[in-house]
Design a protein around this ligand. Sequence first.
Ligand SMILES: [Zn+2]
Length: 121
Amino acid sequence: MHELTIATSLVELACDHAARNGGGRVARVDIRLGVLCGIARSLYFCWGPASRGTLCQGANLHIEEVPLTVKCAHCDAVKTPRALHNFRCPDCGRPTPKVVTGREMQLAAIELADHRERLLA
Ligand SMILES: [Zn+2]
């Protein structure tokens, strides 16, 4: 996926929300981004250009990075691998292809300039 496209769709979602809630400006947008997406830095970079001329212009983008966790079937537990590209259970060493967190991209909250409103995380 192209980061500018992602930033633009986040801007559109936030602007749509602002327009439906009084049409005020967006002050802040919070997203949750899995570390495996690896786009946090470029998303920050694209946010300015993507939001220019919209209700999101000047809004702060906050990215909460979600760590990688995997489900180990052998231990029947959720584990945190030692490295991002090492999908093995840190305890029993077996492959753990089932990613539990680390791939998500969610809009967590939108704060409007005139009042604060939280979306479901
Ligand atoms: Zn295990």
